[in-house]
Write a protein that binds this ligand. Structure first.
Ligand code: HEM
Length: 358
C-alpha cells in the first residue's frame, strides 16, 4: 500500500479491488443470473456517484454571480461526460435483457420490497438537476419513502443528504439565473432602459410569430386533420401560447427572453458558449429520457406488467417517468421560435462580435 499517495501502489490497492470484489453476494451462494443482476445494479450506482460529482460542479460554476466566462467550457465538458454516462447506461440494459423471465422469477421473491425506487443517489441527482416534487407522478416527495425506512444511522445519513440536495439551489435554477442576465440587443439587466429594450424585442418577436401563425392558418388545407378551421384555430392558439410563455401574467420573463435571444441569434460569436451550454443541457436531458425509456422496455420484456417490488404499477409507472422534463424552458423555447428570416433585426451587433447590425 502507498504510504504517501505518491505512487508505489499496486493495481488492486489503488482501485480498492479486494473489498470491491467482495460485495457481489457470493456469500449467499447466488447463481450467475443473480450475480449479474447485482453487478449491473452496482455499476449503475457507481456511475450515479460520478453523475452527482459532475453535475455538482456544473451547478457550482453556474451559481456564481457573475459566472466567470472562462469556466463555462468546463461546465460544458462536465455535462458532456454526464451525457455519455447516460448513453452508456441506456445501452447497459441490454446486458440485463439476457435475463429470462423465468430466470428473474427464480430469485425475485428474495428481493422483498427492495427496488430501484429506493436509489437515493438517483433521487439526489434529480434534486440536484431541479426535478420538482409537484412534477413527479402523484406529486410525491421522494423523501417520504426514505423517512418510512427503519430509523437507523445509515438511513438518517441518507435523509440528511437528500434534504441538503433538496434545499440547495438546483442546476436548473442556476442556469436560468445566469440566462436571465443575457445581454439582449446589447442591453444588460441594470442598464438604464433595459426593461424597455427587452419588452420591445419580445413584442417584435411576438408580432413576427403572430404573422407567421396567421400565414400558416391561411395556408392550412385541413388535410390530415378533421377540418381546416380547427387547424387554423390551433395555429392561432399556438400564438397565444407563445405570448403567455414569454410574458407570463402579462410581464416579460427576462430569463425566457434571454433564452429566446440566444436561440434566435445562435450564430453570434458572443453567444457561442451560452448556446453550447444550453445545447449540452438539452442533450443531457434527452439522454436521461432515453435511459428511462430503455429501462421501461427492459422491464416490460423481463416481467411484463407485474407490479414492481417497490409497489408501483411497474412498466406504466416507468413510462410515465419518461415524460418528466426538468429543463422545461429550454424545451419550451423551441415551440415559440420563428424562422431566422423573420426574427427582429439585430441591434448593437458590434456588442456580440459582429461588425454591423443585420
Ligand atoms: C430485472 C431488472 C429490473 C427490473 C425488473 C426493474 C423494475 C423496476 C420497476 C418495476 C420499477 C418501478 C418501481 C417499483 O415499483 O419497483 C423500477 C424503478 C427503478 N429502477 Fe428498476 N428494474 C430493474 C433493474 C434496474 C437496474 C439495474 C437499475 C439500476 C440502478 C434500476 C434502477 C431503477 C430506478 C432508479 C428506479 C426508480 C425510477 C423512478 O422512480 O424514477 N432498475 N425498476
Amino acid at each position: 500500500m502507498s504510504e504517501s499517495g505518491e505512487g508505489n501502489w499496486t493495481y488492486a490497492d489503488y482501485l480498492n479491488l479486494h473489498p470491491l470484489l467482495d460485495l457481489q453476494g457470493e456469500d449467499r451462494e447466488i447463481n450467475s443470473d443473480e450475480m449479474h443482476f447485482i453487478i449491473v445494479h452496482q455499476t449503475f450506482e457507481l456511475w450515479f456517484k460520478q453523475v452527482i460529482r459532475e453535475l455538482s460542479e456544473v451547478r457550482d460554476i453556474l451559481s456564481q454571480i457573475p459566472v466567470p466566462e472562462d469556466q463555462i467550457p468546463k461546465a460544458v465538458d462536465h455535462l458532456g461526460r454526464t451525457t455519455e454516462i447516460f448513453r452508456l447506461m441506456a445501452n447497459q440494459w441490454t446486458v440485463l435483457e439476457t435475463l429470462t423471465p423465468q430466470g428473474f422469477l427464480a430469485f425475485r421473491d428474495g428481493l422483498g420490497t427492495a427496488s430501484g425506487f429506493e436509489s437515493f443517489q438517483m433521487r439526489e441527482f434529480e434534486f440536484l438537476l431541479g426535478l420538482e416534487n409537484e412534477d413527479r407522478i402523484g406529486g410525491v416527495d421522494p423523501l417520504d419513502s426514505f423517512r418510512r425506512m427503519p430509523d437507523n444511522d445509515v438511513n438518517k445519513a441518507v435523509i440528511k443528504r437528500l434534504e441538503e440536495a433538496a434545499g440547495n439551489p438546483s442546476l436548473y435554477d442556476s442556469v436560468m439565473g445566469w440566462i436571465a442576465r443575457t445581454p439582449i440587443m446589447g442591453s444588460t439587466p441594470g442598464n438604464e432602459g433595459d426593461a424597455e429594450v427587452v419588452s420591445q424585442y419580445v413584442s417584435d418577436h411576438l408580432s413576427a410569430h403572430k404573422a407567421l401563425c396567421k400565414e400558416a392558418a391561411e395556408r392550412s388545407s385541413g388535410w390530415g386533420t378533421d377540418d381546416s378551421s380547427k387547424a387554423a384555430e390551433r395555429m392561432m392558439a399556438a400564438h397565444d401560447g407563445a405570448a403567455s410563455f414569454l410574458m407570463p401574467g402579462g410581464d416579460v420573463d427576462r430569463a425566457r427572453a434571454g433564452l429566446l435571444f440566444i436561440e434566435s441569434y445562435r450564430e453570434l460569436p458572443l453567444l457561442t458558449w451560452p448556446r453550447k451550454l444550453i445545447d449540452a443541457l438539452v442533450e443531457l436531458e434527452e439522454s436521461m429520457v432515453k435511459w428511462r425509456h430503455a429501462h421501461a422496455r427492459m422491464v416490460e420484456r423481463i416481467m411484463g406488467r407485474r407490479i414492481g417490488t417497490g409497489g408501483t404499477s411497474g412498466v406504466d409507472y416507468l413510462d410515465m417517468t419518461s415524460r418528466y422534463r426538468i429543463f422545461k424552458d429550454l424545451w419550451g423555447i423551441r415551440t415559440v421560435l420563428v424562422k431566422p428570416q423573420r426574427r427582429p433585426a439585430l441591434q448593437n451587433a458590434e456588442f456580440y462580435g459582429y461588425s454591423s447590425d443585420s
